[in-house]
Design a protein around this ligand. Sequence first.
Ligand SMILES: [Mn+2]
Length: 278
Amino acid sequence: MKLTPGTNRFRTIWISDIHLGTRGCKAEFLLDFLRYTESEFLYLVGDIVDGWRMRKSWYWAQSHNDVIQKVLRKARKGTKVTYIPGNHDEWLRSYTGLAFGGVMLLKEDIHTTADGRRLLIMHGDQFDGVVRYARWLAVLGDGAYELALKLNNLFNIARRRFGYPYWSLSAYLKSRVKNAVQFVGDYANAISSEARDRKVDGIVCGHIHQAEIRTMNGVLYCNDGDWVESCSALVEHFDGSLEILHWMELRALDPMTPMIDEPDEPEERELELADFGR
Ligand SMILES: [Mn+2]
C-alpha cells in the first residue's frame, strides 16, 4: 500500500476513542492519518473529546485543535461526518439529532455497506458492565490505565536509551492477562448478540481500545480501536470489504517521536475566512 497525502480513498472510515483533552491522545498521528486519507463517510464512534477529565485536569495542545479543524474541513468538503458520542463525551448525547458545522450528532446509526450489509454503529459502553453500573469505578479504572501509560512511557525512554524498540505495556497486559482476554470476549459476545437481536448484519463499536474484526453470534463484530495507543481505524473499501488499519505500522511511525507539524494546504485559510463572514 503506497501512501500519499489525501489520495488514499475509502468509502467509509470509522475512528473512536481519540480522547482529545488528555495527554494520552496521539493527536499528531491522527492528524497524519486524516491528511493521508479521504472517505465518503466518516464516523466518529465516541470518546472523541474526553469530558470526564475536562473537569479535573485539562490538556489541550494545538494538535488537538487541528484534529477538530481537519474534521470540520472534511465535512465542508463533502465527507458525510457522523459523530456518535461515547461515555467520555456523553454530555453530547443531549444534542443527538442536531448537526454542528456539518457534523451530524446521533445516538447510534445504521450504515449500509457497498455490498448491502447493514451495520449498527454505537460506541458500545452500554455493554461494558462496569461502566454502565458503577461510574466511579470506571473513573478509578481509568486512572489506573493512565498510570500504566505513564509508567510505560518512562520505561520506554529507558529502553530507547539502550537502543531497544518501543514496547507497549498495556497492549501486553491486554493480550496476556487472562481476565482481559475474557473481558474482550464477553464484550464482543454481548454486543454481537445485540446486533443479532436487532437483525442487522454486523456492528461497529469502539470503547475497549482493541481493534478487531470477527464473526460472532452469526454477525460481524468490528471494533475500530483507539488513538491513545494503537492508532487504528476501521475502513470500508469501495467494494464493501472491511479492514483495520494500524496506522503506526503502515507509516512506520515511532511512537516515541513527536511528528513535525506540516501546514495544511493554503486554501484552508481562505475557506475559514469565508465561513467567518457568513
Ligand atoms: Mn468509551
